[in-house]
Design a protein around this ligand. Sequence first.
Ligand code: HAM
Length: 419
Amino acid sequence: MAPKSAVKAVRGMRDLLPAEFGPWYFAEGLAREVATRFGYQEIRTPILEPIEIAERGAGESSDIVRKEMYRFQDLGDRWVVLRPEGTAPAVRAYFEGGLNQAAQPARLFMLAPMFRYDRPGKGRYRQHQQFSLEAIGDASPALDAEVIEVAHTWYVELGLKQISLHINSIGDPKCRPAYRDALLAYFRPLRDRLSADSQRRLEQNPLRILDSKEDAALREGAPRIADYLCAECRMAFAAVQDLLDSAGIEYQLDPYLVRGLDYYTRTTFEFRHESLGGAQNAIGGGGRYDGLAAELGYAETPGVGFGLGVDRTLEVLAAEGIQVESPPAAELLVLPADPELEAAAAAIARKAREALPTAVDYSDRSLRAKMRAAGKSGARWAAIFNAAEAARRVVQLRDLASGDQREVGWDDLPRAIGE
Ligand code: HAM
């Protein structure tokens, strides 16, 4: 019979293996710790959402909805989507879970996978992990500064040095139409020189042309949003900057930072890292989304938050030479001389686990083969025993690095290895 072809992971998806977990535990543990320190609480929303969460959330003109959705019909013929981002689901959960009735704002965070059918490449995966955080139910610009400070604190405490923060305000539905018109008037005569993507954006959402790396040269000279902001938006943006200044957080004003999601109003921001070139240099981003709740069919409710890419952040951590050890496999291996001794082996392991991570070699290989495997495993100790020693409740405790060996009673094992 012909051998069956090996089943492989879906393209653009990847496994995380034990040796990679050190940085993940570090980054996600610190994310929980920092978010909690600022009074944010963890939520988990389903991976599967109704398709409207993306269409009315990220928006019809976003790349996410136009070409990156993992969407399909379930067995009940409902159109569903693998969650491409966390903000619209958080807003939905805020209302469905009654958090809108509790103290405001709701301060929420998530550590969760997001799915985008993007072209896989370095720093770009079809499943990526985000540390996302949202403050929902309060319009104060102080919250814009607060969420930026949470993100900044996480990056700094991870040890990153080469990050930069870019901020902008893209106005609100009152002042943005005039800016949109000014952009149309500027770009229409340049239409033939724009990329195909930007030509399409011209009528749908001309602000997104500013985002285009391909058309960066053409945008120089384009009208700037700062000249079109209404008084409220201008004051809010000034307040965000004042608060960042007093927090000692450096930033650059970037009049062309509009971001790829349709729901933003007022503040938008992005964290970038020097080591990442091109379009993938954003390690995190966010902004205010005061119109999103109404788009999803709920009462108008302000919100602000961020999504930080954990995969990319770990890549830049490595690029800055910051290494984090992964948790060890067992540090003590129990090696019964004969497979029949499994109950005694389990009892010895139970005792040893009071002091160190411990595993048992239950295979039926020879004791010599077990010793060889233990030597290669990276464990520090082996506890070797035969039937006679089991009857006396003792093991030969071997230091695998030095080769020293001595007899130790089961009850003394935690103390002997715990020193
Ligand atoms: P986003 O900019 O689409 O924002 O994604 C946030 C971050 O996720 C990016 O800066 C990037 O680091 C990472 N990321 C995005 N796509 C990929 C990918 N294909 N592979 C690896 N990493 C990726 C949002 O998702 C908004 N929900 C953020 C937000 C929260 N705004 C307000 N609240």
